[in-house]
Ligand binder design. Structure first.
Ligand SMILES: [Zn+2]
Length: 91
């Protein structure tokens, strides 16, 4: 019998659904406490995951998903910046 490869799953901070890690965008808190999108998924730091769409981003904004994930205050400008990057990824 072939062994089924388990795809790691992560929870979207917006809609709260569990999804395959590869289908989510990784958001990273860097050592200097700035929040960036980690396109490669390989940078060190504390990560949060979100679906690649603006709906989930606005949900995350409303339910303070990033604040809860990173245990810090997150400026709305950060969400604006993430929205821009999500748009670019979607193209
Ligand atoms: Zn989502």
């Amino acid at each position: 019998m072939a062994t089924v490869k388990k795809i790691p799953q992560r929870q979207c901070i917006g809609c709260g659904q569990m999804k395959d890690k590869k289908d989510l965008i990784r958001i990273l808190k860097t050592q200097d406490e700035s929040i960036v999108i980690d396109a490669t998924g390989r940078k060190n730091g504390r990560g949060a995951y979100i679906c690649a769409n603006e709906d989930c981003l606005s949900k995350a904004f409303k339910n303070k998903g990033l604040e809860r994930s990173f245990k810090m205050a997150v400026d709305s400008a950060v969400y604006d910046e993430l929205a821009k990057e999500l748009n670019n990824i979607g193209k």
